[in-house]
Design a protein around this ligand. Structure first.
Ligand code: SAM
Length: 252
């Protein structure tokens, strides 16, 4: 069953444009997901289709009205919907969330602008997501980031081998990759990779994946249990690192 997505925004072209391009466009053309973009003003109030208003208590900026959101959701929500509010105070979006969303059947993204939403909107949504600790001008780019990460995980979207081994799939960063030329600027591609020995290549990749994670994102290793093989390879990496720093001290 194809994933169905609704995006509620004040700027539909901002969402439609990027989705038509490149790989997301091809995935949508394959029919693996359908994305419908809705102008929130369709549920706006009065002659001017107003969707927001001043904040109670004073302060700069406009806030998205709860009655407008309620009217939109009354039309779009289904029993199988997951309604997602884009919000800097939401749960941090990460690969595990992308996998979870890729298994759902109907996603509704709510993309506020200006100062965000009336707080009573939070009770109308199933999930609040942030794409990082910074503030964007609106939820559209955040929704696009999430949608891109989700639709590429749909079965048949792209080569499944590439999503199985990439960064975060197994809680680790991906191993280094190389292509031609075999020697560039005096730097050679690691010998194991050109050996044609599948088992050695697999082991090298796992070890380098652990090394890269330890060096760049040690936090990912904190909460992750290791297999026996991973534990052994990680111990080797630590020993190599210790030997390299001892050699540096000796050289100094
Ligand atoms: N006043 C809000 C605050 O301080 O949390 C910021 C509002 S921001 C200018 C407008 C909208 O952009 C937000 O309501 C949200 O939908 C979206 N947005 C901004 N940063 C985001 C982030 N890091 N992740 C997800 N959505 C974000």
């Amino acid at each position: 069953m194809a994933l169905e997505v609704e995006v509620l925004t004040l700027f539909p072209p901002m969402v439609e444009g990027p989705l038509r391009e490149s790989i997301p466009g091809r995935i949508l053309d394959k029919g693996l997901a359908t994305v419908r973009v809705h102008d929130l003003r369709a549920w706006g109030l009065g002659r001017h289709r107003t969707v927001d208003d001043y904040t109670y208590g004073g302060g700069a900026g406009m806030v998205l009205r709860p009655d407008v959101v309620a009217a939109a959701l009354a039309e779009l929500r289904r029993p199988d919907s997951t309604v997602i509010l884009m919000d800097p105070a939401g749960r941090r979006f990460e690969q595990a969330v992308a996998h979870d969303l890729a298994e759902r059947s109907h996603l509704v993204f709510l993309c506020p602008r200006y100062e965000g939403v009336d707080d009573r909107v939070r009770a109308m949504v199933d999930l609040e997501l942030s794409i990082g600790d910074y503030v964007l001008t609106g939820g559209e780019l955040a929704a696009l980031v999430i949608l891109d990460a989700v639709i590429r995980l749909l079965p048949g979207a792209i080569d499944e081998a590439s999503t199985a081994e990439e960064s975060f799939a197994a809680g680790l960063l991906e191993y280094p990759q190389y292509t031609r030329p075999a020697v560039f600027d005096g730097r050679e591609v690691p010998r194991t990779l050109v050996s044609g020995h599948h088992e050695q290549v697999r082991k090298w990749r796992l070890k380098e994946s652990l090394r890269r994670t330890l060096e760049r994102r040690p936090d990912l290793l904190d909460g992750r249990s290791l297999t026996k093989e991973e534990g052994k390879l990680l111990a080797e990496v630590r020993m190599e690192q210790a030997a390299a720093s001892a050699a540096e001290v000796a050289d100094a």
